[in-house]
Design a protein around this ligand. Structure first.
Ligand SMILES: Cc1cc2nc3c(=O)[nH]c(=O)nc-3n(C[C@H](O)[C@H](O)[C@H](O)COP(=O)(O)OP(=O)(O)OC[C@H]3O[C@@H](n4cnc5c(N)ncnc54)[C@H](O)[C@@H]3O)c2cc1C
Length: 370
């Protein structure tokens, strides 16, 4: 695997420009694959986002896009997953169904995916950088002894058809483009919401290729004893929220976060924060927005007391409308916010909440974002 400083993939210089010829036994690898992740029977939206990116790569390479669906034999979720794969641009789907694949376990999922790769030889394999995807991608890459670029923010193909996988490095202060030069498939993971959701295809059609899982339960060390849902927890669905209000260090004290939470509730949104608030223990990690937290793409993001450091910016710049409230008119957040309010957020947020509460019935909050 070779690393170079970020530049346009077609202008590769340095080590990437000196690529060796791909070993002969990898030269017949073709097509782009996306692993379709099922989360308790539901397709994870990141898989659909990846189908959009996979479609672009496949079109540039002039090859086919395939969705890979792995799940239990009784078909819970696998049928809709295949339908979604075609609806979001796949030309074909590979399907492995087995009772051993009811719950996610590393060994049978790795076996399923590596067997498919060894049989059908894709050149690119994309997975979501979810908890499941990170676990699976790492073990598939090491089993196949190929390169994996994690948490990519951009995917492209360069002039000779290699995958140019770009991701932040050195704490987000630099972007680097990583090539997998001498192995196949070229693997990459992408976090939810980093890529845009593609449009559905008008008349989806495709071919399904079935395989068996060549494994028996006795070969699997991991046993699932039960499943404890975290639905009782305060888990935020920040990544897919339409409206998000973020609080930063400018709020000054943990109790002032109440202004962020109440304002978010008033406008029908979720709340999140910058990293220092998590480090101080003012908010849980699942509320952190940014490079090492969640990437969000809401219709409206309100940032209160957040300076707009690059590590925060990369997690929010996909928002349609960014409103920043900051006392410092030179704060970096005003460089990319669409609306800037130079004000004390501790006083401004409660005043705005009160004004909106007076003017809006609760059910009318969508007027703000439509
Ligand atoms: C490897 C690495 C990963 C990181 N990952 C993340 C990440 O995922 N997410 C993240 O957010 N950060 C991340 N960071 C940290 C990041 O670099 C910044 O330090 C952080 O985003 C700053 O948080 P902040 O804006 O809340 O605080 P500050 O930078 O301290 O900014 C506070 C802002 O509040 C303003 N302010 C002060 N008082 C008020 C007031 N009363 N009303 C309104 N405004 C006020 C100030 O003018 C200032 O602009 C990461 C850093 C590293 C090195």
């Amino acid at each position: 695997m070779e690393i170079q400083k970020s530049e346009t993939p077609s202008q590769a210089t340095g080590r990437a420009a000196m690529k060796k010829e791909l070993p002969k036994h990898y030269q017949d690898h073709r097509h782009v694959w996306v692993f379709i992740e099922l989360e308790r029977g539901q397709v994870h939206p990141v898989s659909l986002e990846l189908l959009g990116e996979g479609r672009k790569l496949a079109d540039k390479l002039g090859v086919q896009l395939a969705g890979v669906v792995v799940g239990p034999r009784d078909g819970v979720g696998t049928g809709p997953a295949i339908a979604d794969a075609f609806a979001y641009g796949a030309d074909l789907a590979y399907l492995i169904e087995s009772p051993l694949l009811v719950d996610y376990r590393n060994e049978p999922f790795t076996k399923a995916l590596t067997d498919l790769v060894n049989c059908h030889r894709p050149e690119i394999l994309l997975l979501g950088a979810t908890t499941l995807g990170r676990d699976l991608a790492g073990s598939v890459a090491t089993t196949l002894q190929t390169g994996l670029t994690a948490d990519c923010t951009e995917l492209d193909v360069d002039v000779d058809g290699s995958l140019a996988a770009t991701r932040p490095t050195f704490g987000g202060s630099l972007l680097c483009t990583i090539y997998t030069l001498n192995c196949r498939p070229q693997m990459a993971t992408v976090r939810p919401r980093v890529m845009a959701m593609p449009q559905r295809v008008a008349k989806p059609i495709g071919r399904v290729i079935r395989h068996d899982l060549m494994m028996v339960e006795e070969e699997i060390v991991t046993k699932v004893l039960g499943f404890l849902s975290d639905s009782q927890s305060e888990d935020a669905n920040l990544a897919y929220a339409d409206v998000v209000v973020g609080g930063g260090l400018g709020l000054g004290a943990a109790e002032n976060l109440q202004h962020v939470k109440v304002f978010a509730r008033t406008i029908g949104g979720e709340f999140g924060c910058s990293r220092p608030l998590v480090q101080k223990g003012w908010m849980p990690f699942d509320r952190q927005i940014g490079q090492t937290g969640k990437t969000i793409r809401p219709k409206l993001y309100v940032a209160a007391g957040i300076s707009g450091a690059i590590q925060h910016r990369v997690g929010v710049e996909g928002a349609d409308l960014i409103v920043a409230i900051n006392t410092d008119r030179n704060a970096p957040i005003f460089d990319f916010a669409h609306v800037g309010v130079v004000a004390d957020a501790i006083r401004f947020l409660p005043a705005l909440t009160e004004a909106l509460t007076r003017r809006l019935a609760p059910r009318d909050h969508m007027k703000l974002v439509n």
